[in-house]
Ligand binder design. Structure first.
Ligand SMILES: [Zn+2]
Length: 109
């Protein structure tokens, strides 16, 4: 016996496949490496010359790194890819473009 699929479920975004999860984990890992490198470079520059622009960029990159780490934690815990606003799944294409995204397009706008 099969259960008919309700229309709301048909419109829902499909769960991430194992391959998509690997792609997104690799993207997040690359972002993590890039941000750590940025922080190191900016920290050295700030050490040489305490420029407020460098300090502002450093703070921004650190926030991005925290977002990337939080996304990696969500990927480990199984809560990755769900919108913080409406609890719906965020489409793979949106996550691929912005892997640390926490909101679907509807909640973002
Ligand atoms: Zn949402």
């Amino acid at each position: 016996m099969t259960t008919p699929t309700p229309p709301a479920a048909q419109a829902a975004v499909a769960p991430l496949t194992p391959h998509q999860r690997i792609v997104l984990r690799d993207l997040l890992h690359q972002l993590w490496c890039d941000r750590v490198l940025d922080i190191t470079t900016l920290a050295v520059r700030f050490h040489e010359n305490e420029d407020s622009d460098v300090a502002a960029r450093l703070a921004k990159v650190r926030r991005h790194l925290v977002d990337v780490e939080a996304a990696l934690d969500r990927l480990e815990s199984g809560s990755y890819g769900k919108c913080d606003g409406c609890d719906r799944r965020i489409p793979f294409e949106q996550l691929e473009a912005d892997p640390q995204e926490r909101y679907c397009r509807r909640c973002r706008s």
